[in-house]
Design a protein around this ligand. Sequence first.
Ligand SMILES: Cc1cc2nc3c(=O)[nH]c(=O)nc-3n(C[C@H](O)[C@H](O)[C@H](O)COP(=O)(O)O)c2cc1C
Length: 283
Amino acid sequence: MKKLSIMMVLATVTLAAVSCGPKNPQQQEEKKAPKMLVVYYSQTSNTKAVATEIATRLNADLEEIVPVELYDGDFQATIERGKKELDEGVHPEIQPIAANVADYDIVFIGYPIWFGTYAPPVMTFLDQVDLNGKKVVPFCTFGSGGMESSCQDLIKAEPGVKVLDCYGVRAARLEAMPKEVEQFLVACGLIEGEYTPLGDFSEQQPVTEEEIAIFNAAVGDYPMMHAKPESVGSRAIPGGKEYFFVAVDLPREDNPDMPPMGPMKVYVTVLDGATPEFTRVVR
Ligand SMILES: Cc1cc2nc3c(=O)[nH]c(=O)nc-3n(C[C@H](O)[C@H](O)[C@H](O)COP(=O)(O)O)c2cc1C
């Protein structure tokens, strides 16, 4: 029973990529006691939960990015202001953080995904700091996805900075986050522990009725998702199976102004006996 529950917990780990660096003894040696800072922006505390988990596990310093003019707690107002800032390239003023980024070797940067990228207060932070020569580990929370695109944006915004693998979790799956963070940090070689590397997905094949049912069960209660799976690959994970669906957006009868956005990749885990869950969408 205990073994089964450990397997199930491990199975929730769906890291996009976790090869944060080679692990030969010399490099292990070099990694000893790097100074680590975890800095994050969070409007509704999801990213704060991840930041706190990472900082606690690493015994790293933790800093919050606080905009001078706070975003309204109202979701719609935040959407409007955030969209305007992104469209107009506005990087909102932020309070200075106490830590001196220059003192650190590894800087974790956390953010909520806003419109497929990192929220504007993080853009301001990046304007203000010099990350050259540091290792940067992005992490994020999101409604459905945006980890890959935001990390690409970060790499573009910070050419020459060593951006390591990213950790991201859906807001609806925060319960799975502590174990996933542990696995991520082990895979990065930053803490001790066991890590189970996952195999490759099988080749994409047309979906069967059973796989369509799995997809629908995983995304069914997520209102933003309106998609039809076309092909799928899968791989074993501890305690279950992970699916990688290629799906197409369907027109929305309820919102004709929102055109279909083309194909997307949808990752779904099915743990033995549990309801299928989607872990992230990549557009
Ligand atoms: C302005 C705004 C834009 C958002 N855009 C996206 C998005 O493009 N993709 C997505 O998956 N979630 C999106 N979300 C959902 C947030 O990423 C998600 O709720 C996140 O966990 C919030 O983190 P926080 O609690 O740290 O602020 C958006 C939320 C807001 C307020």
